[in-house]
Design a protein around this ligand. Sequence first.
Ligand SMILES: [Mn+2]
Length: 301
Amino acid sequence: VNSEYHVFRLQSANKGEHVIKFLAFSDIHNNISCVRALRSQESNEYDAVIVAGDIGNEIAEEFFRVVSTFQCPVHYVFGNWDSDLEYGQSFGALCHHLHQNLVTLDGFCFTGFSGCDTNWGKNTVALNDQTVIAEERDKVLCALRGEMSDKAEPDTNLAELTRQYQRAKQRYARKTKKARDEVGLRNRTVLFELIRSEHIEPSRLILVTHDRQYRLHEDLPGLRLHLFGHRHGFKDTEYKGTRYVNVSALDQSGAVGPRNLAALGSQIDNEKHDEYGTYTVIEVFGSERTDVQCKPLCRKM
Ligand SMILES: [Mn+2]
Protein backbone atom coordinates (compact mmCIF):
# COMPACT_ATOMS: atom_id res chain seq x y z
CA VAL A 1 0.00 0.00 0.00
CA ASN A 2 2.69 2.39 1.05
CA SER A 3 5.38 2.03 -1.58
CA GLU A 4 6.85 5.49 -1.21
CA TYR A 5 8.44 6.37 2.05
CA HIS A 6 11.76 7.68 3.19
CA VAL A 7 14.17 6.59 5.84
CA PHE A 8 16.35 9.45 6.98
CA ARG A 9 19.36 8.65 9.11
CA LEU A 10 20.53 11.62 11.06
CA GLN A 11 23.37 12.12 13.48
CA SER A 12 23.12 14.77 16.15
CA ALA A 13 25.99 16.73 17.65
CA ASN A 14 25.59 14.74 20.87
CA LYS A 15 28.48 12.29 20.90
CA GLY A 16 28.56 11.38 24.57
CA GLU A 17 26.05 9.33 26.57
CA HIS A 18 23.41 7.51 24.59
CA VAL A 19 20.59 9.96 25.11
CA ILE A 20 18.53 12.27 22.96
CA LYS A 21 17.04 15.47 24.26
CA PHE A 22 14.32 17.27 22.37
CA LEU A 23 11.71 19.99 22.54
CA ALA A 24 8.18 18.73 21.87
CA PHE A 25 5.06 20.84 21.50
CA SER A 26 1.89 21.30 19.47
CA ASP A 27 -1.21 23.42 18.94
CA ILE A 28 0.24 26.74 17.89
CA HIS A 29 -2.97 27.72 16.09
CA ASN A 30 -1.41 30.45 13.91
CA ASN A 31 -0.07 32.20 17.01
CA ILE A 32 3.47 33.02 15.89
CA SER A 33 4.24 35.12 18.97
CA CYS A 34 4.18 31.94 21.09
CA VAL A 35 6.79 30.44 18.81
CA ARG A 36 8.96 33.53 19.09
CA ALA A 37 8.63 33.40 22.88
CA LEU A 38 9.71 29.76 22.89
CA ARG A 39 12.63 30.58 20.61
CA SER A 40 13.83 33.36 22.87
CA GLN A 41 13.65 31.36 26.08
CA GLU A 42 15.34 28.16 24.87
CA SER A 43 18.91 27.81 23.63
CA ASN A 44 20.30 25.56 20.90
CA GLU A 45 20.92 22.56 23.13
CA TYR A 46 18.48 20.13 21.56
CA ASP A 47 18.95 17.16 19.27
CA ALA A 48 15.55 17.67 17.68
CA VAL A 49 12.35 19.71 17.74
CA ILE A 50 9.13 17.65 17.57
CA VAL A 51 5.87 19.29 16.49
CA ALA A 52 2.68 17.27 17.04
CA GLY A 53 0.48 19.32 14.68
CA ASP A 54 -1.85 22.33 14.57
CA ILE A 55 0.78 24.81 13.43
CA GLY A 56 -1.78 26.75 11.43
CA ASN A 57 -2.13 27.08 7.65
CA GLU A 58 -1.31 30.80 7.67
CA ILE A 59 1.96 30.81 9.58
CA ALA A 60 3.51 27.51 8.46
CA GLU A 61 6.38 29.03 6.46
CA GLU A 62 7.28 31.52 9.14
CA PHE A 63 6.90 28.88 11.85
CA PHE A 64 9.46 26.60 10.23
CA ARG A 65 11.83 29.52 9.63
CA VAL A 66 11.76 30.32 13.36
CA VAL A 67 12.11 26.75 14.66
CA SER A 68 14.88 26.00 12.16
CA THR A 69 17.04 28.49 14.04
CA PHE A 70 17.37 25.86 16.80
CA GLN A 71 19.79 24.35 14.28
CA CYS A 72 18.66 20.79 14.79
CA PRO A 73 16.25 18.53 12.88
CA VAL A 74 12.57 19.53 13.11
CA HIS A 75 10.19 16.56 12.88
CA TYR A 76 6.51 17.35 12.46
CA VAL A 77 3.05 16.04 11.71
CA PHE A 78 0.04 18.11 10.65
CA GLY A 79 -3.19 18.52 12.59
CA ASN A 80 -6.64 19.83 11.71
CA TRP A 81 -5.39 23.44 11.64
CA ASP A 82 -2.93 22.44 8.89
CA SER A 83 -5.55 21.13 6.46
CA ASP A 84 -4.42 23.33 3.53
CA LEU A 85 -0.75 22.32 3.72
CA GLU A 86 0.73 19.96 1.15
CA TYR A 87 2.22 16.80 2.62
CA GLY A 88 5.20 16.92 0.27
CA GLN A 89 6.03 20.60 0.74
CA SER A 90 9.57 21.34 1.86
CA PHE A 91 10.04 23.79 4.72
CA GLY A 92 13.83 23.68 4.53
CA ALA A 93 16.60 21.12 4.86
CA LEU A 94 16.20 20.66 8.62
CA CYS A 95 12.46 19.97 8.54
CA HIS A 96 11.05 16.45 8.04
CA HIS A 97 7.42 15.56 7.71
CA LEU A 98 6.99 12.40 9.80
CA HIS A 99 3.85 11.35 7.93
CA GLN A 100 4.35 7.66 7.07
CA ASN A 101 8.11 8.17 7.34
CA LEU A 102 10.78 6.79 9.62
CA VAL A 103 13.47 9.21 10.77
CA THR A 104 16.29 7.86 12.87
CA LEU A 105 18.38 9.94 15.22
CA ASP A 106 21.27 8.51 17.25
CA GLY A 107 19.75 5.02 17.28
CA PHE A 108 16.23 6.22 18.05
CA CYS A 109 13.46 6.37 15.47
CA PHE A 110 10.69 8.96 15.03
CA THR A 111 7.60 8.26 13.00
CA GLY A 112 3.91 9.18 12.78
CA PHE A 113 1.10 10.31 10.53
CA SER A 114 -0.73 13.56 9.84
CA GLY A 115 -4.36 14.58 10.12
CA CYS A 116 -7.06 13.59 12.57
CA ASP A 117 -10.79 12.89 12.68
CA THR A 118 -11.63 16.59 12.99
CA ASN A 119 -10.05 17.33 9.59
CA TRP A 120 -7.87 14.99 7.58
CA GLY A 121 -6.78 17.81 5.26
CA LYS A 122 -4.56 16.44 2.50
CA ASN A 123 -4.00 13.07 4.17
CA THR A 124 -3.27 10.69 1.30
CA VAL A 125 -5.35 7.78 2.64
CA ALA A 126 -8.36 10.06 3.18
CA LEU A 127 -8.03 11.73 -0.24
CA ASN A 128 -7.73 8.39 -1.99
CA ASP A 129 -10.82 6.92 -0.29
CA GLN A 130 -12.81 10.04 -1.11
CA THR A 131 -11.83 9.93 -4.79
CA VAL A 132 -12.67 6.24 -5.20
CA ILE A 133 -16.09 6.59 -3.55
CA ALA A 134 -16.97 9.76 -5.50
CA GLU A 135 -16.01 8.18 -8.84
CA GLU A 136 -18.11 5.12 -8.08
CA ARG A 137 -21.13 7.28 -7.23
CA ASP A 138 -20.71 9.48 -10.31
CA LYS A 139 -20.68 6.41 -12.58
CA VAL A 140 -23.93 5.03 -11.10
CA LEU A 141 -25.70 8.39 -11.06
CA CYS A 142 -24.67 9.16 -14.65
CA ALA A 143 -26.03 5.80 -15.86
CA LEU A 144 -29.32 6.29 -13.99
CA ARG A 145 -29.68 9.86 -15.20
CA GLY A 146 -29.18 8.67 -18.77
CA GLU A 147 -31.91 6.05 -18.42
CA MET A 148 -34.26 8.54 -16.79
CA SER A 149 -33.88 11.08 -19.61
CA ASP A 150 -34.67 8.33 -22.13
CA LYS A 151 -38.15 7.99 -20.65
CA ALA A 152 -40.53 10.32 -22.47
CA GLU A 153 -43.49 9.61 -20.18
CA PRO A 154 -43.40 9.08 -16.44
CA ASP A 155 -44.28 5.44 -15.75
CA THR A 156 -43.60 2.78 -13.11
CA ASN A 157 -40.17 2.23 -14.57
CA LEU A 158 -39.24 5.86 -14.02
CA ALA A 159 -40.44 5.70 -10.43
CA GLU A 160 -38.18 2.70 -9.89
CA LEU A 161 -35.25 4.55 -11.48
CA THR A 162 -35.86 7.51 -9.19
CA ARG A 163 -35.76 5.18 -6.19
CA GLN A 164 -32.48 3.69 -7.43
CA TYR A 165 -31.10 7.18 -7.89
CA GLN A 166 -31.97 8.13 -4.31
CA ARG A 167 -30.52 4.86 -3.01
CA ALA A 168 -27.24 5.50 -4.87
CA LYS A 169 -26.97 8.89 -3.20
CA GLN A 170 -27.66 7.40 0.24
CA ARG A 171 -25.10 4.64 -0.38
CA TYR A 172 -22.53 7.34 -1.17
CA ALA A 173 -23.29 9.16 2.09
CA ARG A 174 -22.92 5.92 4.09
CA LYS A 175 -19.66 4.95 2.38
CA THR A 176 -18.23 8.43 2.91
CA LYS A 177 -19.04 8.29 6.60
CA LYS A 178 -17.59 4.80 6.96
CA ALA A 179 -14.38 5.86 5.18
CA ARG A 180 -14.10 8.90 7.45
CA ASP A 181 -14.52 6.70 10.51
CA GLU A 182 -11.88 4.28 9.33
CA VAL A 183 -9.23 6.61 7.94
CA GLY A 184 -7.40 6.90 11.27
CA LEU A 185 -7.20 3.16 11.65
CA ARG A 186 -6.04 2.76 8.06
CA ASN A 187 -3.27 5.32 8.57
CA ARG A 188 -2.21 3.35 11.62
CA THR A 189 -2.20 0.02 9.78
CA VAL A 190 -0.12 1.37 6.91
CA LEU A 191 2.41 2.89 9.28
CA PHE A 192 2.68 -0.13 11.58
CA GLU A 193 3.28 -2.42 8.59
CA LEU A 194 6.15 -0.14 7.60
CA ILE A 195 7.58 -0.23 11.13
CA ARG A 196 7.46 -4.03 11.21
CA SER A 197 8.95 -4.39 7.73
CA GLU A 198 11.85 -2.15 8.72
CA HIS A 199 12.37 -4.14 11.94
CA ILE A 200 12.34 -1.03 14.12
CA GLU A 201 12.93 -1.86 17.78
CA PRO A 202 9.79 -0.58 19.64
CA SER A 203 11.83 0.41 22.70
CA ARG A 204 13.67 2.88 20.44
CA LEU A 205 10.60 4.13 18.63
CA ILE A 206 8.77 7.43 19.18
CA LEU A 207 5.33 7.73 17.59
CA VAL A 208 4.01 11.25 16.88
CA THR A 209 0.42 11.94 15.80
CA HIS A 210 -1.84 14.94 16.24
CA ASP A 211 -4.60 13.16 18.15
CA ARG A 212 -4.01 10.52 20.78
CA GLN A 213 -3.71 6.90 19.67
CA TYR A 214 -5.26 4.19 21.79
CA ARG A 215 -4.26 0.65 22.74
CA LEU A 216 -0.86 0.90 21.15
CA HIS A 217 0.34 -2.15 23.10
CA GLU A 218 -1.84 -4.31 20.85
CA ASP A 219 -0.06 -3.30 17.66
CA LEU A 220 3.28 -2.08 18.93
CA PRO A 221 4.05 -3.82 22.23
CA GLY A 222 6.92 -2.14 24.03
CA LEU A 223 6.59 1.17 22.13
CA ARG A 224 8.76 3.63 24.01
CA LEU A 225 6.90 6.87 23.64
CA HIS A 226 3.78 8.32 22.04
CA LEU A 227 3.57 12.10 21.61
CA PHE A 228 0.37 13.87 20.63
CA GLY A 229 -1.57 17.13 21.07
CA HIS A 230 -5.03 18.27 19.97
CA ARG A 231 -6.69 17.63 23.38
CA HIS A 232 -5.28 20.78 24.91
CA GLY A 233 -3.51 20.19 28.16
CA PHE A 234 -0.25 18.59 29.19
CA LYS A 235 -0.56 15.01 30.38
CA ASP A 236 2.04 12.34 31.03
CA THR A 237 0.82 8.78 31.60
CA GLU A 238 2.04 5.25 31.17
CA TYR A 239 -0.13 2.43 29.85
CA LYS A 240 1.05 -1.16 29.37
CA GLY A 241 4.67 -0.23 28.90
CA THR A 242 4.18 2.82 26.67
CA ARG A 243 4.59 6.40 27.80
CA TYR A 244 1.79 8.65 26.48
CA VAL A 245 2.58 12.37 26.53
CA ASN A 246 0.16 15.11 25.53
CA VAL A 247 2.57 17.91 24.61
CA SER A 248 -0.04 20.65 24.00
CA ALA A 249 -0.67 23.49 23.92
CA LEU A 250 1.86 26.17 23.00
CA ASP A 251 -0.94 28.60 22.20
CA GLN A 252 -3.03 28.87 25.27
CA SER A 253 -5.45 31.70 24.42
CA GLY A 254 -8.48 30.15 26.02
CA ALA A 255 -7.63 26.68 24.81
CA VAL A 256 -6.20 25.33 28.05
CA GLY A 257 -8.59 25.05 30.94
CA PRO A 258 -7.95 25.52 34.65
CA ARG A 259 -7.87 21.74 35.08
CA ASN A 260 -4.60 21.70 33.18
CA LEU A 261 -3.12 24.58 35.12
CA ALA A 262 -3.99 22.82 38.35
CA ALA A 263 -2.28 19.68 37.11
CA LEU A 264 0.88 21.68 36.53
CA GLY A 265 0.73 22.99 40.06
CA SER A 266 3.40 25.44 41.07
CA GLN A 267 5.17 25.19 37.71
CA ILE A 268 2.77 27.77 36.35
CA ASP A 269 1.79 31.18 37.51
CA ASN A 270 -1.78 31.41 36.22
CA GLU A 271 -1.83 35.17 35.88
CA LYS A 272 1.16 35.28 33.57
CA HIS A 273 -0.09 32.57 31.24
CA ASP A 274 -3.46 33.69 30.06
CA GLU A 275 -2.23 33.71 26.47
CA TYR A 276 0.91 31.65 26.37
CA GLY A 277 0.87 27.95 26.93
CA THR A 278 3.27 25.15 27.62
CA TYR A 279 5.77 22.89 25.88
CA THR A 280 7.77 19.87 26.91
CA VAL A 281 11.43 18.97 27.19
CA ILE A 282 11.96 15.24 26.77
CA GLU A 283 15.08 13.19 27.35
CA VAL A 284 15.15 9.60 26.16
CA PHE A 285 17.99 7.52 27.51
CA GLY A 286 19.40 4.34 25.98
CA SER A 287 18.14 2.53 29.05
CA GLU A 288 14.49 2.38 30.12
CA ARG A 289 14.55 5.91 31.44
CA THR A 290 12.53 8.69 29.81
CA ASP A 291 12.33 12.13 31.42
CA VAL A 292 9.42 14.40 30.55
CA GLN A 293 9.21 17.96 31.77
CA CYS A 294 6.40 20.41 31.05
CA LYS A 295 7.54 24.04 30.87
CA PRO A 296 5.51 27.24 30.70
CA LEU A 297 6.16 29.94 28.15
CA CYS A 298 7.18 33.10 29.90
CA ARG A 299 5.96 36.36 28.51
CA LYS A 300 8.72 38.86 27.88
CA MET A 301 8.63 42.33 29.53
MN1 LIG B 1 -6.17 19.96 16.78
